[in-house]
Design a protein around this ligand. Structure first.
Ligand code: CMC
Length: 429
């Protein structure tokens, strides 16, 4: 294979270096294109733009492959834990037993939020969206904790990484309790990561909640499946903010906001709203699918489609199986699961979805799992954020340790007015 591509433009031939990744994906390096030809590239929604080189996560959308640091998602989902996977993503290697013990010790050490942060929390109205609270509170952590960190040094970086991973869970549970007008439940050190979160969500001062093992397992697996997904919208946001050398908390707070939208992490809420809407209205599935195809009032089949996966989303396959297992184990019969499966069946036979290669994504069944765990719908995207945090931390670190890093600053093709004359206000009518 040649290691340059040639572009012929305006009687000029421009040689562009070709870059090949470890999994053989190939890119044309256009960084010198403008200097040599005056051209920039235009790629709406960055669908064909590699924004960086990264050693964290690999996705092959045609074959449905997802790997974190070289480990297949199917293996991690069945053999690892969320905390171990988080360590792998952030530090690049599976932890030794002493590293694992130390990471877990630090997760326990940082589980409380500063008492003054509780006053900050009290300032939000009871109906404030939990994703707004989460973003604001994560940014606030940076005001209460030293922002100085040494990202290149594993030992030093473990502290801010563990601090944020531990506190996000406390903040998330506290915002939920607050929305119900219930007292905040303090973390309990002897509990594992997910158990502790469930305890803070569902215990009351007079009755501790003890999560069944099937529930802990299902949520742990769900978090593993969400832990990273290379250059998605929120991770690219974290990286872009980080590229200005902003601190970890500010960068991650921006990532939470990006995740919130219904085309990204907010899709898990939109799926349940869509299914519940179908139940409430009694609308026939064929009619609904026809509305989606006609784009009536912007109707979409939420939880379907993906920018990268054009065959199947391996996370959705694992989640669907996990969902059935959980519901059976804990004896929950959710009519929305039956409806979701029927809708999937109808869509997968329809040429509209087949031709466009639209399949269920990670968000299609995850909401049904969370409902079964007793998690309210407006907390679904918060759970996604807890899961995605190790990925955001790993990407922030990769940006801050890259000695060739530059600030992210895309260009544009300007299509506005050229020159306009200023007319004084009193003459404008
Ligand atoms: N329902 C109906 N039509 C769809 C859907 C859908 N869910 N997704 C894509 N299409 C159509 C789209 O209208 C377009 O049709 P045409 O070529 O005729 O104009 C074609 O399929 C290609 O879609 P696109 O909008 O160009 O795809 P994209 O890569 O820009 O968007 C997506 C990807 C995930 C935003 C989109 O598929 C979508 O809106 N899905 C529903 C929301 C969702 O489930 N989001 C979660 C994504 S996975 C987890 C995450 O990122 O958080």
């Amino acid at each position: 294979m040649t290691d340059t591509a040639q572009l012929h433009y305006n009687g000029q031939t421009i040689d562009l270096p070709v870059v090949v990744g470890t999994q053989k994906e190939t890119a044309v390096d256009i960084s010198k294109l403008r200097a040599e030809s005056g051209l920039i590239t235009l790629d709406n929604g960055y669908g064909n733009t590699g924004s960086c080189s990264s050693a964290i996560t690999f996705v092959n959308g045609e074959k449905g492959i997802l790997k974190y640091r070289g480990y297949r998602i199917e293996v991690l989902a069945t053999k690892s834990t969320f905390v171990e996977t988080a360590y792998l993503l952030i530090f690049g290697e599976m932890p030794t037993s002493s590293q694992y013990t130390e990471f877990r010790r630090q997760l326990v050490q940082h589980e409380f939020i500063h008492e003054d942060m509780r006053h900050h929390l009290d300032g939000f109205p009871p109906n404030a969206p939990p994703m707004a609270i989460l973003s604001a509170m994560i940014n606030a952590v940076g005001c209460f904790e030293p922002v100085f960190m040494q990202p290149e040094d594993d030992e030093h970086f473990m502290k801010p990484a563990a601090r944020l991973m531990s506190k996000i869970r406390t903040i998330a549970a506290a915002s939920y309790r607050k929305s119900l007008g219930k007292p905040i439940v303090y973390p309990r050190s002897r509990l594992r990561y997910v158990e502790n979160f469930l305890h803070m969500m569902f215990s009351s001062p007079y009755e501790p909640y003890e999560a069944p093992e099937a529930v802990v397992e299902a949520l742990d697996r769900l978090l593993i499946l969400h832990a990273d997904h290379e250059q998605n919208c929120s991770t690219s946001t974290v990286r872009m903010v980080a590229s200005s050398q902003a601190n970890l908390y500010a960068s991650v707070a921006a990532g939470v906001c990006a995740l919130w939208g219904p085309l990204h992490g907010g899709a898990n809420v939109a799926v349940i709203d869509m299914l519940q809407g179908l139940v409430d209205s009694g609308e026939k599935l064929d009619r609904f699918i026809a509305r989606v195809k006609n784009r009536d009032a912007g109707a979409r089949l939420m939880g379907f489609g993906h920018r990268v996966y054009k065959n199947f989303d391996p996370r959705a396959t694992i989640i669907k199986e996990s969902c059935h297992r959980l519901l059976e184990k804990i004896g929950v019969d959710d009519p929305l699961l039956d409806l979701a499966m029927k809708l999937e069946e109808v869509a997968l036979k329809d040429p509209y979805f087949v031709e466009r290669k639209l399949y269920p994504n990670v968000d299609y069944y995850s909401g049904i799992i969370m409902r079964a765990l007793g998690i309210p719908t407006d907390m679904f995207t918060v759970i996604f954020a807890i899961g995605r945090l190790p990925g955001w931390i790993a990407h922030w670190r990769e940006v801050h340790t890259n000695t060739n890093a530059r600030i992210d600053r895309p260009r544009q093709i300007y299509i506005g007015d050229t020159v306009r004359e200023y007319v004084p206000l009193e003459e404008r009518g």
